[in-house]
Structures are given as structure tokens and as C-alpha cells.
Design a protein around this ligand. Structure first.
Ligand code: ADP
Ligand code: MG
Length: 264
């Protein structure tokens, strides 16, 4: 009994740590996206200012000493802002180089995600008498997609944790993969029979910082998932019925044949 209790404590510690890491990653990713957008806008606004200051300094020979001095101050200010933007870019850049595309087996990713999150839906909830079942229905011979495996894994971790959050009284989460019969794209579904979303929530759930979980939520999970889907040339469909179920359906182009020739 004591050993079991110890193991449970350990699992709980692990879980808390994983949860904190995920929250931190979500925040960082969203900040990165925001930083990149802001940096772009500031640079666009700054470049004419820099250009005109320089042109006045070199071409306007009749300027008073005082006007020159003021121009110098303006130029310094512009350079300071440019340096700040540079630092913001540096914060954002690492993620771009991280995005190396390799053939990714979605079935394997899902099995990995199930393992990574087990503490969240297995040990701990059962302690409260709540049971969450995770069932996988994975297509054999699923074609690979071309993707950044860590991004894809983070995204599905988020979707699975959202599904767990939607099951405060327990329930079933289905993970499914298949190939679309019409366009041969790879389809991955995460479905739960949980609390569902109201129409308002469904329409706003992709907005950064939108959450219905109060202090416990960041509202950054789904924006991150959506960003991942977009970077992979995929689609995200959200179906939800309040009080019944939610289905998140992600569709990806399959990797071109030849790229995945190394299949077992
Ligand atoms: P967070 O989980 O931090 O609240 P997300 O971006 O992951 O942020 O989700 C935003 C909101 O979308 C959630 O607060 C919740 O209202 C809704 N949502 C997401 N997934 C589900 C789901 N599987 N079932 C019901 N609601 C969901
Ligand atoms: Mg979430």
C-alpha cells in the first residue's frame, strides 16, 4: 500500500511538472507569434522615418545646428527601437529553424501522446472515482505526413488535455486516424463525449487568450494547434454539441511518395 502511494505521489509530481511545462510552452509560442507580428509592423513603420532622417542629414545643407542636433536625437531613438525589434526577432527565430520537416507517422505520434498524458487521464482522475477511457482507432498503413514532429506532438497533447478537461465526470476520448477516401489526405480526430461548447465558445475558441477555464486556462492551446495546422498546410474542423461531445478534426496532406520510401 505504501509503495503504491509513493508511486502515485511520483506520478502526481510528474503530472504537475508536465502541465507546467505545457502551459509555459503555450505562452512562449503565443508570445513568439505576437513578437514576430509586432516586429514586422514596427519595422514597416520605422523604415520611412529612418530613411527621411538620413536624407535630411545628408541633403539639407542649410539646417541650423539645433535642427541637426534634433535629427541626431531622432536617429538615435530610431536605432534604439530597431535594436529592441532585433531582440524580439531573436526570441521568435529559434522556432523557425526548429521547423525541419520530416516524414511523421501520425499513429506513432498519437500513441506517444497517450503515453505522455496518461497520468492526467488515468491515475489521478481514477483516484477521485472518475474514469476516463482513451480509445484509439488507428488506420493500419496510414501514409505519413511531412511535418515537424515535436510541433505535431505538442498540438495533440493539447487536444487530448482539452478533452480530459471536458470530462470532469469521466467519459471516453476517441483518437482516430484514417485516409480520406476522396482526396487521400490524412485525417486525425480527437473526440470526447464531454461538456461540449456553446455556439459562442465554438466561434471564439481559436482566439489567443480565450478560455472558459478561468485561472486554470491560458487560452493559448487552440491558437497553437491552429498555427501548427496552418504551418503544415492542413485544416482544422471543430464540431461540438453542448453537453454532448466535441470533435476536433485535423486534415493533413500526405507526404509525397518517394519521401517516405523508408516505410517498414
Ligand atoms: P484553455 O484550455 O487554456 O482554456 P484552449 O485554447 O486550449 O485554452 O481552449 C480554449 C477554450 O475552448 C477552452 O477554454 C474551452 O472552453 C474550449 N474547448 C477546447 N477544447 C474543448 C473540448 N474538447 N470540449 C469543450 N470545450 C473545449
Ligand atoms: Mg487547452
Amino acid at each position: 500500500g505504501a509503495r503504491l502511494y509513493g508511486a502515485l505521489q511520483d506520478a502526481y509530481q510528474d503530472l504537475r511538472q508536465t502541465h507546467q511545462t505545457v502551459m509555459q510552452q503555450e505562452r512562449l509560442r503565443a508570445l513568439g507569434q505576437m513578437a514576430s507580428g509586432i516586429a514586422h509592423d514596427i519595422n514597416n513603420a520605422l523604415s520611412p522615418a529612418a530613411l527621411y532622417v538620413q536624407s535630411m542629414q545628408t541633403r539639407e545643407t542649410g539646417l541650423s545646428a539645433r535642427a541637426r542636433e534634433h535629427l541626431g536625437v531622432i536617429q538615435q531613438a530610431i536605432e534604439d527601437v530597431a535594436r529592441t525589434v532585433q531582440r524580439m526577432r531573436a526570441f521568435y527565430m529559434p522556432r523557425v529553424s526548429e521547423l525541419t520537416l520530416t516524414p511523421v507517422d501520425m499513429n506513432q505520434v498519437l500513441l506517444h501522446v497517450i503515453d505522455l498524458t496518461r497520468a492526467r487521464w488515468s491515475n489521478i482522475p481514477q483516484e477521485r472515482g472518475v474514469v476516463v477511457h482513451v480509445e484509439s482507432d488507428l488506420a493500419p498503413d496510414l501514409p505519413k505526413i511531412l511535418g515537424a514532429e515535436n510541433e505535431v506532438r505538442d498540438a495533440f497533447t493539447n487536444l487530448l488535455l482539452n478533452a480530459v478537461d471536458a470530462l470532469p465526470d469521466g467519459g471516453v476520448i476517441h483518437l482516430r486516424t484514417r485516409v480520406d477516401a476522396r482526396d487521400e489526405r490524412v485525417v486525425v480526430e480527437v473526440q470526447d463525449n464531454g461538456v461540449g461548447m456553446s455556439e459562442t465558445t465554438r466561434s471564439r475558441c481559436l482566439e489567443p487568450f480565450f478560455t472558459t477555464k478561468g485561472e486554470r486556462g491560458t487560452g493559448l492551446g487552440l491558437p497553437m494547434v491552429f498555427g501548427m495546422v496552418q504551418r503544415h498546410g492542413g485544416d482544422l474542423e471543430i464540431e461540438s454539441e453542448l453537453g454532448k461531445r466535441t470533435t476536433m478534426r485535423l486534415t493533413f496532406p500526405r507526404a509525397p511518395t518517394g519521401v517516405t520510401g523508408e516505410q517498414p
